[in-house]
Design a protein around this ligand. Structure first.
Ligand code: ME8
Length: 513
C-alpha cells in the first residue's frame, strides 16, 4: 500500500501581516511534502490561518473594521505569501470556516463526553500576546514592576467562569508517550524542556472564555467561547473532515508531522495529545520544533521596524535563493540570524559557484563537443563508478535525513556530491580530453550529466523553480523527475536545449551617496 504522509504547518494568527518567520516553517514543511511526493507517497499537506481570539478581535477594533472583514483580508495575504513562496499545500484551512467550527465543536463534545471537561471559575494570569495562561511561579517582574510572562509578554489578572480541561489527569500518560515514542517530539532540546515541564506537574487548563465573543461557541453553553488554542489545534482534524470518519481524508490521521516553531512546542506536545487522548483519538506521530530567526542580530519586531516580508526578499534575490538560504544556514531546529551578507555569500558561493558553474561548464562542453546531445555511457573508470555511486545513494540518504527532520544535513549530503563533481571535472579535465581522447571526453561528460540529473532531482523539493529549469536543460521529461525514475538512465542521443545560466551571482548595488 502507498505510504500516506500528512504534514502540517502551524495555522498563523491573522493579527498581523505574514513575515519571514511564518514563511520559514511553511517552506520547511513544503520541502518535506515535496520530498514525500517525489518518493511516490500519498501526501496531504495542510496550512492555514488561526482567526479567533481576543488578540485578533482587538486588532480588528484597532483597524476599525468588523472582525470577519479584518480576518478575510489578512488570511488572503497569508495565502498570497504561501503562493509566492511556492508552498504546495493541498488545503488551506481557516478557523472561521463552518467546517472547522463543526470539527472543533465535535472534538469538544467528545472530550466532554469522556468527562474530561468541567465548569469552574478561572482566576489567574493571562498573557494576551501569547494567548497563554501562566502560573504565578512562572512570572518575572519587569523594570516598571509589571508582571511578565517568561516570554516577556505582559500578563493580566483574569477572573471569570470557565470550563476546564482535566490536564492534570494526563500527566502520566503524556510522560509515558514521550518515553515510549522518543520520535514524538524533536529536537532534543525541545523534548527535554517539555519533559521537565510536565514532570513538575500539570494544572487543569482553562479552555473557555466569557469576556469576549470572537470565538467558537462552546457546545451547549453559548455564553462561552473556546480558548483559542483548543479551537486552533482542532484544525488538524477538521481539515480531514472530522468528525466524519468516512470522509476520504480521514485515513490521513494520525498526522505524520506537525511542524511548528519552538514557541508553540508546549501547546502541541502537551495540550494537543492530551485533548486527543481525552477524546479517544490517536495522537500524531511526530512534532518537530524549528528554531528562531533574528534579523541582522535583532529580534524581529514592529517597533524596531525590521519585520521582513519574505516577498520582498524574493523580489530581490529570487525565490530559490531565499528558500535555500533559510534551510541551509543553520541546522534545522537551531536558531539563526538572517543577514544580507550571509544570504549573498550563500547564493554566490554555493549556488552560483558550486552548482551553477558545474552545470554551466558541463552543459556548454556537451553543446560544443557532443552536438548538444546526451552521449553514450562509456566504460566506467574507478572515479566514474565512485562518483555515480555517491549520486545513486543520495535518495536513500536524504530519505533518512527527512525522517529526522534534518533538512540542513540533507542539503549538506547533496553539497558533498556537488563538491565531488567539481573535483571530478577539474581532475578529468574534459576540455583537455577534447584534444586527446574524445571517447573518454564523452564518457566523462555523460557521468557529469547523470550526476547533475541525480542532484537536480533530489534538490527539487528545496528549489522547485530552478531545479525545474535545470531538469529542462538536462532534457529530463516530466515523468522522469521522481526518485524511482533515477533507476533508469536517460537514452543517449536525446538533444539538450541551448545551455542557460541557472544561478546569477548577486552583486550588491554600489551605495549611492
Ligand atoms: O502561534 N523564527 O501563530 P503565529 C522562526 N496561531 N519561526 C517563526 C518566527 C521566527 N522569528 N516567527 C514566527 C501561532 N515563526 C498560532 C499557531 S497552530 C495550531 C496555532 C513561525 O502567527 C513559527 O512556526 O504566532 C511559529 O511557531 C509560528 O510562526 C507562530 O505563528
Amino acid at each position: 500500500m502507498t505510504r500516506r504522509f500528512y504534514v502540517t504547518t502551524p495555522i498563523y494568527y491573522v493579527n498581523g501581516a505574514p513575515h519571514i518567520g511564518h514563511a520559514y516553517t511553511s517552506i520547511a514543511a513544503d520541502v518535506m511534502a515535496r520530498f514525500h511526493r517525489l518518493a511516490g507517497h500519498d501526501v496531504f499537506f495542510l496550512t492555514g490561518t488561526d482567526e479567533h481570539g481576543q488578540k485578533v478581535e482587538q486588532a480588528a477594533q484597532a483597524a476599525g473594521v468588523e472582525p470577519q472583514v479584518f480576518v478575510d483580508r489578512i488570511a488572503a495575504d497569508f495565502r498570497d505569501m504561501a503562493d509566492a513562496m511556492a508552498i504546495s499545500y493541498d488545503d488551506f484551512i481557516r478557523t472561521t470556516e463552518p467546517r472547522h467550527v463543526a470539527g472543533a465543536q465535535a472534538l469538544w463534545e467528545r472530550v466532554a463526553q469522556n468527562d474530561a471537561i468541567y465548569l469552574g471559575a478561572y482566576e489567574g494570569w493571562y498573557a494576551l500576546r501569547d494567548e497563554c495562561f501562566y502560573g504565578e511561579d512562572e512570572l518575572t517582574t519587569g523594570p516598571d514592576g509589571q508582571k511578565l510572562a517568561p516570554t516577556g509578554a505582559p500578563v493580566e489578572w483574569v477572573k471569570e467562569p470557565s470550563y476546564f480541561f482535566r490536564l492534570s489527569a494526563f500527566q502520566d500518560r503524556l510522560l509515558e508517550l514521550y518515553e515510549q515514542c522518543p520520535e514524538f517530539l524533536g529536537p532534543h532540546g525541545a523534548r527535554n524542556e517539555i519533559i521537565s515541564f510536565v514532570r513538575q506537574g500539570l494544572r487543569d487548563l482553562s479552555i473557555s472564555r466569557t469576556s469576549f465573543k470572537w470565538g467558537i461557541p462552546v457546545p451547549g453553553d453559548e455564553a462561552h467561547v473556546m480558548y483559542v488554542w483548543f479551537d486552533a489545534l482542532a484544525n488538524y482534524l477538521s481539515a480531514l473532515g472530522f468528525p466524519d470518519t468516512n470522509s476520504a481524508r480521514a485515513a490521513y490521521w494520525p498526522a505524520d508531522l506537525h511542524l511548528v516553531g519552538k514557541d508553540i512546542a508546549r501547546f502541541h506536545a502537551i495540550y494537543w495529545p492530551a485533548f486527543l487522548m481525552a477524546a479517544g483519538i490517536d495522537v500524531p506521530r511526530r512534532i518537530f520544533a524549528n528554531g528562531w530567526w533574528t534579523i541582522e542580530g535583532q529580534k524581529m519586531s514592529k517597533s524596531i521596524g525590521n519585520v521582513i516580508d519574505p516577498r520582498d526578499l524574493v523580489r530581490e534575490f529570487g525565490l530559490d535563493a531565499v528558500r535555500f538560504f533559510l534551510l541551509r544556514e543553520v541546522p534545522f531546529g537551531g536558531d539563526s540570524d538572517l543577514s544580507r551578507k550571509a544570504l549573498i555569500t550563500r547564493n554566490n558561493v554555493e549556488l552560483a559557484n558550486d552548482l551553477g558553474n558545474l552545470a554551466q561548464r558541463t552543459l556548454s562542453l556537451v553543446a560544443k563537443n557532443c552536438e548538444g546531445t546526451i552521449p553514450e555511457r562509456g566504460e566506467p573508470s574507478v572515479e566514474d563508478t565512485q562518483l555515480l555511486g555517491q549520486v545513486a545513494i543520495l535518495p536513500q540518504l536524504m530519505a533518512v535525513q527527512m525522517e529526522r527532520c534534518a533538512l540542513t544535513d540533507a542539503l549538506e549530503d547533496v553539497w558533498k556530491v556537488i563538491r565531488a563533481c567539481n573535483a571530478y571535472i577539474d581532475h578529468q579535465a574534459p576540455w583537455a580530453l577534447r584534444k586527446t581522447d574524445t571517447t573518454r571526453m564523452a564518457s566523462v561528460l555523460r557521468v557529469l550529466l547523470d550526476a547533475l540529473r541525480g542532484i537536480a532531482t533530489v534538490l527539487q523539493p528545496f528549489m522547485p523553480q530552478t531545479m525545474e529549469r535545470m531538469l529542462d536543460q538536462l532534457a529530463v521529461q516530466p515523468d522522469e523527475r521522481n526518485l524511482a525514475a533515477l533507476e533508469t538512465p536517460l537514452p543517449a542521443g536525446r538533444s539538450l536545449p541551448a545551455p542557460q545560466g541557472l544561478f546569477p551571482r548577486y552583486v550588491e548595488p554600489e551605495a549611492t551617496v
